[in-house]
Design a protein around this ligand. Structure first.
Ligand SMILES: Nc1nc2c(c(=O)[nH]1)N[C@H]1C(S)=C(S)[C@@H](COP(=O)(O)OP(=O)(O)OC[C@H]3O[C@@H](n4cnc5c(=O)[nH]c(N)nc54)[C@H](O)[C@@H]3O)O[C@H]1N2
Ligand SMILES: Nc1nc2c(c(=O)[nH]1)N[C@H]1C(S)=C(S)[C@@H](COP(=O)(O)OP(=O)(O)OC[C@H]3O[C@@H](n4cnc5c(=O)[nH]c(N)nc54)[C@H](O)[C@@H]3O)O[C@H]1N2
Ligand code: SF4
Ligand SMILES: [Mo]
Length: 763
């Protein structure tokens, strides 16, 4: 089941390799940012737009979910935030003429990079059954088509409503309201592929699936452990926070199979020193084997338990449950097994322990390096055990810090985008709106793909995102999508999900964050929630990319009116006119949003309550913070194989590719690279610069293959390899997911490298 590399690209994928860098940001970053921004927006628009990012009266950066500091700099954005803005505020356009010139088959042969570079979508477009080309369609007709296909279903559960994490709170709240009034909880979202493991582990152990630290806490910490995260690329302004924490005396341990430049040194372009040498950020680098984190934290926990006076006994007694059972499991942790699982040395772990014991206030930050493994949930629970032992939750300068991805992914979940809603949330909806929401759980991402594959779901509707490229097992997912009766995408930019379609397909173009949102009730703003539970307003100022765009809330309101008709008990018309009326309802349904409109009017917004952080109260089943004692797991690696992680380059935002460089890793002009340790490469007989196919091995015996990757000898942990997503999603089996959270295990794929004799290095 080989896939062909994409054809028809203007750019040849021919990677050049210069070796990893040892510092992030600095002047090179500023130059790179301006170049990319100006190519998309021109000089004037670049300056005007970038000055509004993350300002209190401006728009929220559509990049990641990192919070804004209270005292804002004039240029309160990073290189990758600027790229995200440029990508949206681009002057390039995808018009009906574009679709007339390019058939769907032609577009399906292009790379995701090429599709994204074509610019902003300008008109609603329709692909009739059997047609080769999308054609323009009116909004009315488009909603009519969705209504027809939904009416033809034998149950609302045959429709799936996906959400990506850029959607603002107002649209997200309306979208879940629409799905539930229709009668389904099929609300999968990108979170299912992202921090679901964090949510699962945290809800069970501390009673709330969100992080417990604010930005201020980072500044006050003694020790910050950054595990499985590459902030230099994915949350660049986190480096400023780490720099500030270090200036206040904090130590940083980074746990990662790769030496990521951003964590080594940070050259803050906002400070004079930053432009020269920069600051060293990491005090201890633990170059862990992929999937070894649970074993590492378990052993640290054993050592803490066995060190006199190291456990915060009062906290454990007052606030936790399950300590004895956990301590017994921790005591049984084995040094040798841990060294095998982690690839670390005894001296490194001893050094880490010293730093842990010297710290009174410890924070653990993590992202996809912990969440996308089979044993991701027990791994994160072990991190919680680690923090609980020394009372590091609900104390200033300490806590859990899952660093979220999309700019409003956390808010969307708060608004009820969840296939397994809490009964209390549904009760509140029922009370407020007077209809009975469905109680049965819906499909998450993986289950939605299975349902489409098996013909059990027939309508797929996406509020943003790029489902076919972001999901695992590309060939299976694409085949599943093609079985749908109708696929609909509310999007800003063209992507592969628009060209791998059901029998009929619609593209509904929408406003971006940067754009002015004018409704009958006047100019509107939306709200978002960042990774630390701060909620604030976001106001776009640019002229919309086209006069035919509708905002996301307007799309949901009109869709709902058309689909639900007279039967609806929800005042959709009123909601569309004035988003403040939506916020009034949110205030009555979602705890923590009381008096929403008034509180969001305050510049900078407000913090949502968080019981463990605010009052050391743990709303779990036991009423306490729960220690857990799962058996230690780590991936097994058969002889001659590598453990592949699929990760992001510096020039991409998930499936949106900004460019073909990964500056900090020293790779330019190409993305089809696989990073392999030189010793492993030697043992496997693959020279630097040779070309291989990546073949993944899974118990179903199906051979999944990603062809034509240039081998790059790279200082990753032994036995581990790395290559970019989404090109490698074809290798991730649909059924290879995390226990409990069902998140695709896209950071631990067993692969073998198959040499391509017909190709050789060209550089
Ligand atoms: N510019 C930019 N910003 C982004 C995104 C983007 O694509 N581009 N995406 C956004 C989204 S949605 C998300 S979720 C975040 C993602 O942010 P990250 O999680 O930082 O993203 P990844 O590139 O997947 O990086 C995973 C990191 O974990 C490490 N890692 C892999 N496996 C393991 C392991 O087993 N153990 C440990 N300890 N480390 C491991 C990798 O080496 C890498 O450093 O970023 C958000 N921000
Ligand atoms: N192998 C592998 N797979 C992964 C991951 C991995 O690390 N490895 N990471 C996973 C993670 S963490 C995530 S979050 C998912 C991401 O999955 P998604 O969120 O589905 O994907 P994105 O690439 O972020 O979506 C990009 C598209 O969103 C649309 N868009 C952009 N802005 C807006 C907007 O304001 N409104 C609307 N309506 N549309 C907009 C554009 O059309 C753009 O093409 O991928 C997951 N997949
Ligand atoms: S750190 Fe994230 S939110 Fe902040 S400017 Fe950069 S991309 Fe945007
Ligand atoms: Mo994500």
């Amino acid at each position: 089941m080989a896939t062909k590399p994409p054809k028809g690209d203007p750019v040849q994928d021919a990677p050049r390799v210069a070796g990893p860098k040892h510092a992030a940001a600095g002047l090179a970053a500023v130059g790179h940012t301006l170049r990319i921004a100006q190519q998309q927006m021109g000089v004037r628009r670049t300056a005007l737009t970038l000055l509004r990012v993350n300002q209190k009266d401006g728009f929220d950066c559509p990049g990641c979910a990192w919070p804004e500091p209270e005292d804002r700099h004039k240029a309160e954005f990073c290189e990758n935030g600027a790229k995200a803005v440029a990508e949206e505020a681009t002057l390039r356009r995808v018009t009906p003429e574009f679709f007339a010139a390019h058939s769907v088959a032609d577009l399906a042969g292009r790379s995701g990079y090429w599709l994204g570079q074509q610019g902003r979508l300008t008109h609603p477009m329709y692909l009739p059954e059997g047609a080769d080309h999308y054609e323009p369609v009116t909004w009315e007709r488009a909603f009519g088509i969705v209504a027809e296909e939904i009416a033809a279903l034998s149950s609302p559960d045959e429709a799936v409503f996906y959400t990506s994490g850029r959607t603002g709170n107002e649209a997200a709240f309306l979208y879940q309201l629409f799905a539930r009034e229709l009668g389904t909880n099929n609300l999968p979202d990108c979170s299912n592929m992202c921090h679901e493991s964090s949510g699962s582990a945290l809800s069970e152990t501390i009673g709330i699936g969100k992080g417990s630290v604010l930005l201020e806490d980072l500044y006050r910490a003694d020790l910050i452990i950054v595990a499985g995260q590459n902030p230099g690329t994915n949350h660049p302004r986190m480096l400023s926070a780490l720099e500030k924490a270090k200036a206040n005396g904090a130590k940083v341990i980074s746990v990662n199979p790769l030496p990521e430049a951003g964590l080594e040194r940070f050259k803050n372009p906002q400070t004079p020193k930053g432009l020269t040498t920069g600051a060293a950020l990491t005090d201890l680098f633990l170059q862990i084997r992929i999937g070894g984190d649970q074993a590492l934290f378990r052993l640290l926990n054993k050592l803490i338990v066995e060190t006199r006076g190291a456990v915060d006994e009062e906290f454990v007694r007052e606030h936790t449950h399950g300590y004895e059972e956990f301590a017994a499991a921790a005591r049984a942790a084995d040094w040798d097994e841990t060294l095998t699982a982690t690839g670390l040395t005894r001296a490194e772990i001893d050094r880490a322990l010293e730093m842990v014991l010297a710290s009174k206030r410890t924070i653990v930050c993590w992202a996809m390096g912990l969440t996308q493994h089979k044993h991701a949930v027990p791994t994160i629970r072990e991190v919680v055990n680690f923090l609980l032992l020394r009372g590091n939750i609900g104390r200033p300068g300490a806590g859990v810090c899952p660093v979220r991805g999309h700019s409003n992914v956390q808010g969307d979940r708060t608004m009820g985008i969840f296939e397994r809603p809490a009964p209390a949330f549904l009760d509140a909806l029922e009370k407020e709106f007077g209809f009975a929401p469905p109680r049965a759980h819906g499909y998450d991402v993986v289950r939605a793909i299975r349902a489409l594959r098996d013909g059990e779901a027939k309508v797929f509707f996406a509020m943003g995102g790029n489902f076919v490229s972001a999901s695992p097992d590309t060939e299976v997912t694409e085949a599943a999508m093609r079985r749908a009766r109708l696929t609909v995408h509310v999007s800003t930019k063209l992507n592969r999900s628009h060209v791998v379609t059901g029998a009929r397909a619609l593209i509904l173009p929408t406003l971006g964050r940067t754009e002015r949102d004018l409704q009958d009730g006047g100019e509107q703003f939306v709200t978002v929630e960042d990774s630390m539970g701060m909620v604030h307003a976001s106001r776009g100022r640019l002229e919309p990319a086209s006069p035919h765009l509708l905002s996301e809330p307007a799309i949901v309101c009109r869709l709902a009116r058309r689909v639900l008709g007279e039967d609806s008990v929800v005042p959709w018309e009123e909601f569309e006119k004035d988003y403040a009326t939506i916020r009034d309802r949110i205030a009555r349904v979602v705890p923590g949003f009381e008096d929403f409109n008034a509180r969001v009017a305050r510049p900078g917004g407000f913090a949502l309550p968080h019981a463990p952080r605010d009052e050391r109260r743990f709303p779990t089943a036991t009423g306490k913070a729960n220690f857990t004692a799962a058996p230690v797991e780590y991936p097994e690696l058969p002889e001659g194989r590598l453990l592949l992680q699929t990760l992001r380059s510096h020039d991409q935002y998930n499936t949106t590719i900004y460019g073909l460089d990964d500056r900090y890793r020293g790779i330019t002009a190409g993305r089809r690279v696989v990073l392999v340790h030189p010793e492993d490469a030697r043992a496997l007989g693959v020279a630097d610069g040779s070309y291989v196919d990546l073949v993944s091995e899974w118990k179903d015996g199906v051979e999944r293959r990603a062809p034509g990757f240039r081998v790059v000898h790279y200082p990753t942990a032994r036995g581990c390899a790395a290559a970019y997503y989404p090109e490698t999603n074809v290798l991730v089996p649909l059924d290879a997911t995390a226990d409990t959270s069902n998140t695709p295990a896209s950071k631990s794929v067993v692969v073998r490298l198959k040499t391509r004799l017909e190709q050789s290095a060209t550089d």
